[in-house]
Write a protein that binds this ligand. Sequence first.
Ligand code: ATP
Length: 503
Amino acid sequence: QEDIFKKIVSHCKEYGFVFPSSEIYDGLGAVYDYGQYGSELKNNIKRYWWDAMTLLHSNVVGIDSAIFMHPKIWKASGHVDAFNDPLIDNKDSKKRYRADVLIEDYLAKIDEKIDKEVAKAAKRFGETFDEAMFRQTNPRILQYAAKREEVHSRFATALNENDLEALRQLILDCEIVCPISGTRNWTEVRQFNLMFATEMGSTADGAMKVYLRPETAQGIFVNFLNVQKTGRMKLPFGIAQIGKAFRNEIVARQFIFRMREFEQMEMQFFVRPGEELDWFEKWKRTRMSWHQALGFGAQKYRFHDHDKLAHYANAATDIEFEMPFGFKEVEGIHSRTDFDLKRHEEFSGKKMQYFDPELNRNYIPYVVETSIGLDRMFLSILSAAYTEETTDKGETRVVLKLPAPLAPVKLAVLPLVKKDGLDDKAREILTDLRFDFSCQYDEKDSIGRRYRRQDAIGTPYCITIDHQTMEDGTVTLRDRDSMSQERITIDSIRNIVGENVSM
Ligand code: ATP
């Protein structure tokens, strides 16, 4: 699986989906650029989300708020004081780590050991993995399981109580070593704020410290009344937004899964107090169906309900997707109570109340939030779509089985050869179709190699213009996934392809 992940990363680079940022200067950690196909795919994902939110729900509207916001907003939201990661340094390698991630990795290693032992036992006794796990009496496994239990419970307590010294003690007790120096020479654990700060205005006239937003949600909260009043919105209603967010992540790994500059698609849904948990359940179902509508199979997704809730939430769940490196969060759904609006009322001194004409009173609405990382969504789609197949001829075919509406190129127009007017005919067809869906013309190399190139970028359809086209006005239409070919008339291309690639 790790191997597949490496292949996906290099595929992204080789085919113009994702490049490391500032590559000719040796890159910039955890920052990436989207290439010619990547940006098309990303735009299509945005559209798929935006339409699902705003077109399918008449009571959800979109906004586009600025990245810079008044610094008091981040005080009110709690980010200045509490948006921290616990960090620890190794004194020998001078490398910095997230203390919680070191412990999580340690727990994952114990899990791996348990799995290995159970698999061994299952093989020995001819049982399934689950049977062997259930019946387990092997002392080594029991020992691992007890250790896991102990570390897990101390870890949860330390996090809950925000006890940095307890985190450090756990790292020492587990004898966790620095992957670089191999030593256990650790510093104390400190809190590190994840927000990027910069200055607005020139220093001479007193510059103001401002932050690059770490989430798009606050732009929605502070505009809640603007939208409600100008749009004459009635509760319940939602505000959606797509935009960049920035976090100075310390453990930046796994490609575009954890970036320092990334994009979010967030929706805050405002409801009457007391109705939030029903709406939370509704949005959970709606969001899961949205993911599953992509057709990768329901087994690729699962909910992870939170036991430990953030101080502002009264229910929270993640939608996790099976990435090549395991099930990981792509979307968070949170019932955020009236925390944010109340805090903004307090910090700004402005009323954040809604007048409910039915109840004939004012109150601060409750909020259910759906928050999805666009880049993580991109990675999940690529991971599910990336396929290696062996053809009849024994060759390996790499194909991105992207849902057709998301594919960067919908149709490739290919003249079989570059003579006898076939290339002119192909260009004529391209000119006719290029405003209906995204098309690409390619005349270089053998037809087989051109098909492979289109497979590699996930183009659902190719049409080939051959000598028969000049006689009877038909072309071959090749389907990416089945590789089957059929002859269709030039006139029918628009409808046949159009029907299958539209959102
Ligand atoms: P994690 O626990 O993985 O750090 P989070 O719980 O902090 O994520 P939220 O603050 O709930 O994430 O943000 C909502 C969504 O934004 C996440 O589900 C994820 O898809 C995305 N996201 C958060 N941080 C990053 C990041 N550094 N890079 C890419 N996407 C991110």
